[in-house]
Design a protein around this ligand. Structure first.
Ligand SMILES: [Fe+2]
Ligand SMILES: [Fe+2]
Length: 469
């Protein structure tokens, strides 16, 4: 079904034929817009932003590009096309027809998972609401706004499910999604990482690389869900999500490239000299990477989890790319797990969080390879590394265990003393902040980043991606 844009809420779910749902969502819509005005990108309402908007759900040509004022962005409800006779691909219901309604006994579990996913979407917009004021270029400003409007749309995707399939409870949850705020003392967002402020662009690029990638893996596992509307929603969200990770990968890559240029120019890799020249030394980039990677690892939950086992068994949440596995039931399979007390054999169903985390880590390596290639080509034998997955964890078997980034167990005192080598210190953050200055002349870049290889939608890098007013 194509997307109907003549309605108040663009959609491809035939909203016009479900008046009750349509009314409920039209009632929520102005509240969403108020939230956007209050919590969304600061001082941006009158800017014309060169944005893509979904016009279909085909992989090819699903978006159209043009100048939009963000409050006029057409946030809507778009599900990927249904797969005829889709069957559940994993767990105890393997091979049974996918559900078009939420099974009664799974209602509260599904609701919790949808609310948790939904909560991250507006949270990231809130985390980033001041970033536009210090954009390194118009190109970057446009990308930030593109990510922001699409996270807003992802909130719509989850609110549609809550309104459409969870009755009064769902409507109340949809209200709460606008009431919690990132970093709020009394009513924070649900997950820790989404309460960390993102007030500099290096953090933004790390966030879109590492934390949006966690989002990708959560969406991939929900795209396998037995609840078909959830699976279809997530499949389309993944199409949009790819750009967010592109922003992260190229964003970090450009910072690295600029640093290498400065190192070459100065003929030194001395961090103080590089900083004095207005670029970010590689050691600081590594510390930022350590912080965002470990914080994102916690989002997958504990290594051993009865919750994860029951989500898998009951058909709620599969593994990312479930069809790549041979055994889709995993009733007897086990996994060898490293714990601080040695190797433990646990039931695979109980270890699903770890399976996902490992798949995620593998995916994270891709960008590092590219960044390191640049460093190598520039003639330096410095390597950016993902720290051990046991380093600096706050959740699970390794929470609070003093492990260094190589995975070596240290005594607590030693660990505490060296932590500042591994994670951004106050002075690192203050330095990165000092670099953040708004650059808005088309084609110009801030001194701490290199220009991108190409622009958006075949436009040149110096295109006027945002017309400021
Ligand atoms: Fe999202
Ligand atoms: Fe995203």
């Amino acid at each position: 079904m194509s997307i109907n844009y003549s309605e108040k809420i663009p959609n491809n779910v035939d909203l016009a034929n479900d008046r009750k749902l349509q009314r409920a969502l039209e009632h929520w819509q102005p509240r969403f817009l108020t939230w956007w005005q209050e919590q969304g990108p600061r001082d941006s309402s009158s800017d014309d932003v060169y944005l893509r908007t979904a016009v279909g759900v085909d992989a090819q040509g699903w978006a159209s590009y043009g100048y939009v004022k963000m409050p006029d962005y057409r946030w809507g409800i778009f599900l990927a096309d249904p797969i005829a006779d889709r069957k559940i691909g994993f767990g105890d219901h393997y091979g049974e027809p996918a559900w078009q309604q939420v099974p009664g006994e799974l209602r509260s579990q599904f609701r919790r998972i949808i609310v948790t996913q939904g909560d991250t979407e507006p949270a990231s917009v809130e985390q980033q609401h001041l970033l536009g004021l210090t954009c390194p270029s118009l190109y970057d400003l446009r990308n930030l706004f593109q990510v922001n409007v699409e996270e807003g749309r992802h909130l719509w995707a989850m609110v549609y499910l809550l309104h459409g399939y969870f009755g009064r409870d769902g409507r109340e949850e949809a209200e709460q999604l606008l009431a919690r705020h990132s970093g709020d003392r009394d009513n924070p967002r649900i997950l820790g990482t989404f309460n960390e402020p993102i007030s500099d662009w290096l953090s933004f690029f790390m966030f879109t690389y590492f934390t949006d990638r966690d989002g990708k893996f959560q969406l991939k596992s929900l795209a396998e869900s037995g609840f078909d509307p959830l699976a279809r929603t997530c499949r389309f969200m993944l199409t949009e999500e790819a750009h967010h990770m592109f922003v992260g990968e190229t964003g970090v890559g450009r910072v690295v490239r600029r640093t290498l240029e400065v190192m070459k120019e100065l003929g030194t890799d001395d961090p103080a000299a590089i900083r004095a020249h207005g670029a970010v030394d590689l050691a600081t980039i590594q510390r930022y990477l350590n912080f965002w990677f470990t914080s994102s690892l916690d989002l997958f939950g504990s290594e051993v989890s009865s919750n994860a086992a029951s989500s898998f068994a009951s058909g709620i949440k599969g593994r990312p790319d479930e069809d790549r596995y041979e055994d889709h039931v995993c009733a007897d399979a086990t996994l060898e797990l490293e714990t601080p007390d040695g190797t433990e054999s646990v039931s695979l169903r109980n270890a699903m969080n770890e399976v996902m985390r490992d798949a995620y880590i593998k995916d994270c390596e891709i960008g590092l390879k590219r960044w390191n290639m640049q460093i190598k080509r520039a003639g330096y034998d410095i390597v950016l590394r993902l720290p051990s997955k046991h380093f600096c964890r706050s959740i699970g078997a390794w929470a609070g265990v003093p492990v260094d980034p190589e995975g070596k167990l240290l005594d607590q005192q030693d660990y505490d003393q060296r932590l500042a080598d591994w994670l951004p210190s106050e002075s690192d953050r203050a330095f990165v902040h000092s670099l953040m200055q708004r650059v808005v002349e088309p084609g110009k870049m801030a001194g701490w980043t290199a220009p991108p290889d190409r622009g958006i939608n075949k436009h040149p890098v110096d295109y006027e991606y945002v017309r400021l007013h």
